[in-house]
Design a protein. Sequence first.
Length: 308
Amino acid sequence: MTVGAIINVKDDVELLEKNLHYHQKIGVDYFLLCDRGSTKASLARIDEIAQHEAVSVFKHDIYTLPTDSDAFKNRRIAGFYKMVETFAPDWIMFVDVDEFWVPRSGHLQATETLKTSDVLTVPRFNAALTPEAVPALLEKIEDAHTLDEQEIIVKPISLSRNKMEENPHLPWIVHKVDPKVMTKLRDVTRIDPGFHDLQSTASIYRAIPDDLLILHIPFTTKARFRKKVDNMRIHLEHIGHTLDGDLAWHWKRWIDEVQDPQTLNEEFNKQFFGPSLLQVFRKRNAVMRIKDYFETVHDDKNVEKSDP
């Protein structure tokens, strides 16, 4: 069984090599880097990385496409079929540079639901970190077992822009983030924004694995956060009218409210736990280690099976 990962990239190259190395270790065979308008310097580095025979680049600068064109509407599908044509893996997963898929066994191919499903909806959790823990985490990431002790926010809160404006002390990091999918289907007709779901003409057997999760590390450095906000500002200037309502609300909020360096630094710092707050979340079982999460889910599943 082979696995291909489609990784979306826009200038965020400082984590890219770490991401590729890690996912190769857990069983990803092929990588398609979907570039969405990186700068020349970033593109040069991406092209260097793509010299590896298991890595390919798919460049589609969406800002040159009319938003009512088929090419724009089908841009995610185009990347999917580029992966199919280039590498033809058995399974395809959708990854962002700051996401690390963590199989309990240490290897993707041992995920039980891959044997019986067409699409996996994989739970995704934000990392619970203190500021000083970020460099140590990024340094130690090697394979899935190096993440056993990493804590994740397992009882997040469903936030909205209004709720955050009413409660300015709330950090976005406690927000519930949507899962991502991986699929073995080939007749995919739609891939949702954010790669959180897909549609097909075929009947789909879906499953939520209890032995696979995604560790999301959205905040690493102030410089990276600033660059992401700047890039999203450019993004919304071009295609913001296609993201109506609550879509991308957190980015819209940061773009509107995080203008000067001091405010940006305050927003960045707010996303990290102090020791006392982390202790409170631990006592509530709202934050737990990845290995403990897997144990809890496994035990809950066994209880359900034993119920008469």
